[in-house]
Design a protein around this ligand. Sequence first.
Ligand SMILES: O=P(O)(O)OC[C@@H](O)[C@@H](O)c1c[nH]c2ccccc12
Length: 271
Amino acid sequence: MQVETPTILKKIVARKYEEIAERKSHTPYGNLEVAASVANVHNAPRGFAQAMRHQIAIGKAAVIAEVKQASPSKGILREPFIPADIARSYERSGAACLSVLTDSDFFKGHEDFLVEARSACKLPVIRKDFIVDEYQVLEARAIGADCILLIAACLSGDKLRQLDQMARDLGMDVLVEVHNRPELDLALEYTETELFGINNRDLHTFELSLDHTFELMGSVPSDRLIVTESGIHTRDDVALMRQKGIHAFLVGEAFMRADDPGEKLAELFQS
Ligand SMILES: O=P(O)(O)OC[C@@H](O)[C@@H](O)c1c[nH]c2ccccc12
């Protein structure tokens, strides 16, 4: 008998369902609804997609700069880790938006990191987590997120549609992430968001190749904004992407390992 080894993505998602159940028993949905509507007054969405479009319209790369302490493939990336300082550093160097990991078990993230980073700057922020339930979408808005990530590899078509719609009803943008052709087709059929992330890293195996972006980009309709995600480390990586017509980037590790994350951003992206 063959025993199937769970991939890292399957492990994360299985744990995520447990975590959501624990959270639901702790904070009822109704309380979160109140928190989300309060957030719409005090922390109104900052316009994530709009900030990306703006950078590109003025001829610059739109960089989503990530605030990530650790990852399951690389371990600890940064110590000490001070989200507010990192956010300010990114803002000074011209990042379009921030991405903050909130998953604690695999990425050592936390909701507080998003709150701290967002309140230290004026940039729009995406909640980077494994979102599989409406509860997490509401939670995202309640903590002030301006955008959420939806990973096609862990969602059915119906769920994608439901979560995409719900986020946009709450005033947030959605970055839908795909890694291969079937996921791309699913995302195109079931979401209406303009932000399409092509992850160069396979979340089942961690294998990484920038060719994923080049292979899939031709199948993304031209009214969508393609964001190349993961594995961008050098000015040459950036130049190659821009030559091929990719102007939006999500970068984490290269910045997190630098003494000054914003300086590294400027080094990679200043023309
Ligand atoms: O650190 P990198 O290789 O620059 O990658 C950033 C980002 O793309 C990566 O953190 C990421 C992309 N999609 C995700 C989904 C979940 C967790 C993390 C991710």
